[in-house]
Design a protein around this ligand. Structure first.
Ligand SMILES: Cc1cc2nc3c(=O)[nH]c(=O)nc-3n(C[C@H](O)[C@H](O)[C@H](O)COP(=O)(O)OP(=O)(O)OC[C@H]3O[C@@H](n4cnc5c(N)ncnc54)[C@H](O)[C@@H]3O)c2cc1C
Ligand code: FES
Length: 354
C-alpha cells in the first residue's frame, strides 16, 4: 500500500451538494474560525448533482428558497424566477465562499469516500485521492451528505436508424424577429419549417419549392444579449441550388434581395437570429393613408348617458334607481324600464333607443 497520509479535522463532510453545504453551514454556526472542516466530493467542483444536469434544467421552486442556511442569492431576479443550472452552480459556489469566511474549509474535490471506522471519540475516514492513493482523515465527526447513491438507468438503445436522439443542448436555437418567437430546432430544419414549428408568420404559396419567393428572410449576424445568442454568418446552410435556380429565373415581382435567403431552402445549422421582412408576412400590418367611411352608420348597442341625479332626501320614498331612471328620461328623452329580479334585490335597467 502507498504511504498512508493522515489528516486531522473537526468535521469531515462527504458530498458537496446542497445537503453537504447545509451541513457545513450548520457546523459554521458553532465552530471557531480556526476549526477545520474537510469537504470531500468525488466530483471536481461544488454543486452536487447540478454539476451533471443540462444547462437548460431549472429549479422547480423559486430560487431564493434553494440555498445553504440563510445565505442570500445575489441573482437579483423576481421572486418567482426558477434558476438554471449555471445560476445554481454559481450560487452554491458563493455559499461555500461565504461559509469559508467563518470556518476553515479544506476542499477535497475529486476525492472518493471509501469507508470509515469509529475509534473511541474519533472517526477514521478512508478516502481515495485523485492520484489513486489512499488517504485517511481523522475527524471528531463524519457527515455523509452524498445523496441516495441511486445509479442512473443506462440509456435506452436506439432501435431504428431513423430515430435521432437529441436534447435541447445540442439543438440550434433560432430567434425570429420582429415577433421574438424562439425555440430549438433539429439541425437541418429549413427556416420555413422552423417558422411553422414556432408559429412564426412566414409566407409560402409554392409549398416550399423555391418558386414563389414569398418566404424570403434576412439572417442577422452578431451577438444579441437580449436573447443570449450569437448568430454567425455560417448559422444557415450554404447557398442552395434552389436559390441559384430562383435567381436564374429572375422572379421580377419578388427578386431575392441582397442579404436575403429563401426560407424554404436555407437550413438551420447553428444558433441563428432571423428577421422576417414585412413583405414575407402573411398577416403583415397594413397602414392605410385615407379611410372612406361613407355609408357607415354607427349604431352601438350600448351608449353612455351623463345625468345629474337629485340628492336623496330622508323620507323620500323614491329609490336611487328610480331617481336615475327619471333623470335619464328627463335629460335624454329615452324610454326606461326597470324591474326587480325574483330575489327582490337587483334592479335591471333597460334603456330603449328613442
Ligand atoms: C430538475 C430538478 C429540479 C429540482 N428543483 C428543486 C427545487 O426547486 N427545490 C429543491 O429543494 N430541490 C430541487 N431539486 C432536488 C435537489 O436539487 C436535489 O435533491 C439536491 O440537489 C440533492 O442534493 P444532495 O446534496 O442531497 O445530493 P447531491 O447533489 O447528489 O450531492 C451529493 C454529492 O455527493 C458526492 N458523492 C457521492 N458519493 C460519494 C463518494 N463515495 N465519495 C465522494 N463524494 C461522493 C457526489 O459526487 C455529489 O456531488 C431538483 C432536482 C432536479 C433534478
Ligand atoms: S416557399 Fe415559395 S419560394 Fe420558398
Amino acid at each position: 500500500m502507498d504511504t498512508l497520509q493522515i489528516d486531522q479535522c473537526e468535521i469531515c463532510i462527504v458530498g458537496a451538494g446542497i445537503a453537504g453545504l447545509n451541513a457545513i453551514f450548520a457546523a459554521s454556526q458553532y465552530l471557531g474560525r480556526n476549526d477545520r472542516v474537510v469537504l470531500v466530493d468525488r466530483r471536481t467542483r461544488v454543486g452536487g448533482m447540478w454539476t451533471d444536469t443540462y444547462d437548460y434544467v431549472r429549479l422547480h421552486q423559486p430560487y431564493q428558497l434553494f440555498t445553504a442556511g440563510n445565505i442570500k442569492w445575489t441573482l437579483g431576479k423576481e421572486r418567482s424566477y426558477l434558476a438554471t443550472k449555471p445560476e445554481i452552480l454559481d450560487h452554491l459556489r458563493h455559499c461555500l465562499n461565504v461559509i469559508s469566511k467563518r470556518v476553515e474549509v479544506d476542499e477535497r474535490f475529486g476525492w472518493n469516500y471509501v469507508s470509515h471506522e469509529e475509534t473511541g471519540s474519533l472517526v477514521r475516514v478512508t478516502l481515495q485521492a485523485p492520484d489513486g492513493q489512499t488517504r485517511v482523515i481523522t475527524a471528531k465527526r463524519l457527515i455523509k451528505a452524498f445523496g441516495f447513491q441511486v445509479e442512473p438507468n443506462p440509456p435506452l438503445t436506439v432501435s431504428s436508424a431513423r430515430v435521432k436522439s437529441a436534447t435541447p443542448n445540442d439543438m440550434p436555437r433560432i430567434v425570429f424577429t420582429p415577433s421574438g418567437l424562439t425555440g430549438e430546432v433539429d439541425t437541418g430544419t429549413t427556416v420555413l419549417a422552423a417558422a411553422r414549428q414556432l408559429g412564426v408568420d412566414l409566407d409560402s404559396v409554392c409549398g416550399g419549392r423555391g418558386i414563389c419567393g414569398r418566404c424570403q428572410v434576412e439572417p442577422s449576424t452578431g451577438s444579441f444579449a437580449k436573447w443570449a445568442i450569437t448568430s454567425e454568418a455560417t448559422a444557415l446552410s450554404d447557398w442552395s441550388s434552389m436559390e441559384v435556380d430562383y435567381e436564374a429565373k429572375g422572379n421580377a415581382r419578388r427578386p431575392l434581395r441582397e442579404g436575403r435567403r429563401l426560407g424554404c431552402a436555407a437550413a438551420v445549422r447553428a444558433d441563428a437570429v432571423i428577421a422576417v421582412p414585412s413583405e414575407s408576412q402573411v398577416h403583415k400590418q397594413v397602414v392605410r393613408k385615407s379611410v372612406d367611411l361613407s355609408g357607415l352608420v354607427i349604431d352601438p348597442q350600448f351608449r353612455l348617458f351623463n345625468v345629474d341625479v337629485p340628492k336623496a332626501v330622508l323620507g323620500n320614498s323614491e329609490s336611487v334607481t328610480e331617481l336615475i331612471g327619471e333623470a335619464i328620461v328627463r335629460t335624454h328623452g329615452v324610454a326606461v324600464r326597470t324591474w326587480s329580479t325574483p330575489d327582490g334585490f337587483t334592479i335591471v335597467w333597460l334603456v330603449l333607443a328613442p
